[in-house]
Design a binder for this molecule. Sequence first.
Ligand SMILES: [Zn+2]
Length: 183
Amino acid sequence: MRCPKCHSIEDRVLDSRLVKGGMAIRRRRECLRCGQRFTTYERVEETMPLVVKKDGRREPYKRDKLIAGMRKAFEKRPVPAQKQEELADEVERFLLSLGEKEVSSQVIGEKVMSLIKDVDEVAYVRFASVYRQFKDLSDFIEELKTLMEASQKKGRRAPVKKKASTTAKYAYPRLPLDEEEPP
Ligand SMILES: [Zn+2]
């Protein structure tokens, strides 16, 4: 593994252990050239099923996408980021437990929703209200990105209600997350 400081690839492993309920191996490494210490994680990824999208396309499962969706749903909610990581772990354990080579994105979306529901009702409503419009986690996350970019451009409060547009792919409802800020 390339040293983040001097870019040498010569290192030795100081410590190696299972983390995230056995889903990953954490390795503490030391660069043999400059002595820099750094940490690497090895995750079970090749055994994750492919995600089958609504339109039939297959794509590799991406944890980052899942986390991005949850981060938006939990925005300004009293739920630590660590909890979101744990939920992602739980989704991954569930996907692995299916023992399938492929899994529908809807199955993933439903699982995420059921987990979020147990943690935070507001986040659940946010996630579900948008997700159910799309029925596809990838489309859903794309839409969230659009919303986030719009709100960054227009200040802290972007109007979600979109004017009728011939280019809009989907109509979506006004989200509760845009209405909760106290005056
Ligand atoms: Zn180094």
